[in-house]
Write a protein that binds this ligand. Structure first.
Ligand SMILES: [Fe+2]
Length: 297
């Protein structure tokens, strides 16, 4: 539905490391039944839940009190903010729009990556978010108008969860360097174009050259990493009573702590050595394809 059969097969064969673009397949429901109007409709009808909508102006988030009442986004406020050049983000649409939920579930079933889909409406001639990188692979689908994506090679390797987030590591001189050197790639997306943006790639997306509003969807794929499996292998140790035994306060004494840690490390090594890999394989495969809780990503 996003990449076409050949495009999807290519991704499953060789996971993308560099950004590239494609065209939405002709038979995709996206762009035909899920359109920019679908996205605007949630806002116009007053159906959008306040916790799932962000508004940005020149890179800064607005306080939700500016555009919400009774746990919903106020349609008139949104229109006013769009007229003032604000970008509207509708987060995790798959949690409140069943067709997008089905598409995200399909992506997870095929790839083992969990994720969500977010929509952005950016008025023509403006910019919402500026330079940053994300902790996941994004598949951007342009629904209406156009958006320019300036792309730069990652500055950190494999950012994940809250490790190496652009907000926590940011150095202002990077922007100066990028502006001087220019982007590694510049991509201009118009309706029906798709951008595959690997994790960690820096992007500066804007609609400054677009006369009309830009509406796009970003499908997020949270990739699995060895830590994800490691946590589940260790987590399964709860079934072994040795891991549920008390560590008395004396064992947490600063002088005793090294010995306690050594003991637990030995226990872990012993436990992992005896783990039934076949049994864990089935369980972890099912978890990769089905788990959706944000607490366990
Ligand atoms: Fe991003």
């Amino acid at each position: 539905m996003l990449l076409g059969c050949d495009g999807a097969a290519a991704v499953l064969k060789e996971w993308p490391e560099r950004p590239y673009t494609l065209t939405l397949p002709d038979n995709s429901p996206i762009g035909r039944t899920i359109t920019a109007q679908t996205i605007r409709g949630f806002l116009a009808a007053g159906c959008a839940p306040s916790d799932y909508v962000n508004v940005f102006h020149k890179g800064e988030g607005l306080h939700p009190a500016r555009f919400t009442a009774d746990d919903r986004v106020v349609p008139a406020s949104v229109q006013l903010l769009l007229d003032q050049g604000c970008t509207i983000q509708l987060r995790e649409l798959n949690r409140w729009h069943p067709p997008l939920s089905a598409i995200c579930a399909g992506i997870q079933s095929e790839t083992g990556c969990t994720g969500y889909v977010t929509a952005f409406i950016t008025p023509g001639g403006t910019q919402g978010l500026d330079y940053h990188w994300d902790q996941y692979l994004g598949i951007v689908v342009q629904l209406e108008g156009s958006k320019t994506w300036e792309l730069f090679e990652p500055v950190v390797a494999s950012p994940y969860r809250d490790h190496a987030m652009s907000t926590s590591l940011w150095q202002d001189e990077w922007v100066k360097q990028w502006q001087e050197s220019g982007p590694d790639q510049t991509v201009e997306l118009t309706a029906g174009d798709v951008l595959v943006l690997p994790r960690g790639w820096v992007h500066n997306p804007h609609s400054r050259k677009s006369a009309g509003a830009s509406v796009h969807l970003t499908f997020v794929l949270k990739e699995r990493v060895p830590l994800w499996i490691a946590e589940r292998l260790i987590g399964s140790a709860i079934n072994d009573s040795r891991f549920r035994a008390v560590i008395p306060p004396s064992g947490l004494d600063p002088a005793k702590m090294p010995e306690t840690i050594e003991g637990v490390r030995s226990l872990i090594l012993d436990y992992l050595a005896g783990l039934d890999v076949d049994e864990m394989s089935g369980a972890l495969r099912r978890t990769a394809q089905q788990e959706t809780s944000h607490a366990t990503l």
